[in-house]
Write a protein that binds this ligand. Structure first.
Ligand SMILES: NC(=O)c1ccc[n+]([C@@H]2O[C@H](COP(=O)([O-])OP(=O)(O)OC[C@H]3O[C@@H](n4cnc5c(N)ncnc54)[C@H](OP(=O)(O)O)[C@@H]3O)[C@@H](O)[C@H]2O)c1
Length: 266
């Protein structure tokens, strides 16, 4: 674990994110901080100097929301606090257009001390209207759209960034999304949901780490957490290496995904 001394000495002029790390790792946030979990995240970087963490909260039967899109609340207050801490500790928070449509989230840091990240919305087809709360700043908001979808350069207070489409025209080229974020100085990227967005990053090999919180809840139906290419045999599946952490009544699976993702800097 990084000591308070090491963290403070990293920069002569501590930035707000460094303060957030210091608060958390020195117990200034609250006594419940799961120090081994966060201190490991502190120094992680991928092969290109950036670090991408995906996160999802699901029921025991693998749902992130009911069939009509209601997700408040799948997981308990400790997981909500964990999510806000991750926001404070990352440069950018990424969500899909489906999450903005369903939840109209603010994506700011409210449950703990620390800065709010830059908000990044993936909206390939420019299907979101300007009335959502993320389009009324601050904090800064970037909207990634397909480069063959011309339109205004802003939506509300948010800036539009054009990105090539992904393979076979599905979604956006996520390596290009990460490259665009790097070009804006955003190296620590937190992919907060929903299931389609996290699954696309996972399938593209672009996550360094995945946090899956499982709540003791069964819904019987609903929006799935992961939608991935089908494995025909168990051996063809993606076998994971995880560490468990208790978050109140929920369990967090902290999953290392290695450094398989291609560099986004070239
Ligand atoms: N439990 C949780 O942890 C959690 C977290 C977040 C949200 N939620 C819930 O999950 C539901 C939404 O999740 P979802 O899986 O349906 O949708 P989502 O991942 O939020 O958004 C999916 C949509 O976003 C756009 N998108 C996603 N990935 C993209 C990519 N790589 N490139 C370009 N665009 C991309 C696409 O929109 P276009 O088709 O327009 O391109 C796609 O259809 C809501 O009900 C929300 O309440 C739960």
């Amino acid at each position: 674990m990084g000591t308070p001394h090491r963290i403070a000495s990293e920069s002569a002029r501590p930035d707000p994110q460094a303060q957030a790390w210091q608060n958390l790792l020195c117990g200034g946030d609250d006594a419940a901080a799961d120090l081994p979990l966060y201190s490991e995240l502190r120094r992680e970087t991928g092969c290109d100097g950036s670090f991408v963490l995906g996160r999802i909260a699901q029921t025991l039967d693998g749902r992130i929301a009911t069939a009509n899109g209601a997700s408040f609340w799948i997981s308990g207050p400790d997981d909500i606090l964990h999510t806000h801490r991750l926001r404070a500790l990352f440069d950018a928070v990424v969500v899909g257009a489906g999450t903005v449509q369903a939840d109209d989230p603010l994506l700011t840091t409210r449950a703990c001390a620390g800065p709010s990240p830059v908000r990044v919305i993936l909206d390939t087809e420019r299907r979101l209207a300007s009335a959502y709360r993320v389009f009324a700043g601050p904090p800064r908001t970037l909207v990634m759209v397909a480069d063959d979808r011309p339109g205004p350069v802003r939506i509300g207070t948010a800036e539009i960034i054009a990105i090539p489409r992904g393979p076979e025209g599905v979604g956006l080229d996520l390596a290009a999304v990460l490259k665009a974020l790097r070009d804006h100085g955003l190296l620590r990227v937190f992919v907060e949901g929903g299931g389609i967005t996290v699954s696309r990053f996972l399938a593209a090999g672009l996550l360094d780490r995945l946090h899956v919180t499982v709540a003791p809840l069964l819904l019987g139906s609903g929006i799935p957490s992961f939608t991935l290419p089908q494995a025909l045999r168990p051996d063809d599946g993606l076998r994971l290496d995880w560490t468990l952490h208790h978050l109140g009544e929920d369990i967090l699976f902290d999953i290392r995904l290695g450094r398989a993702r291609p560099p986004t800097c070239c």
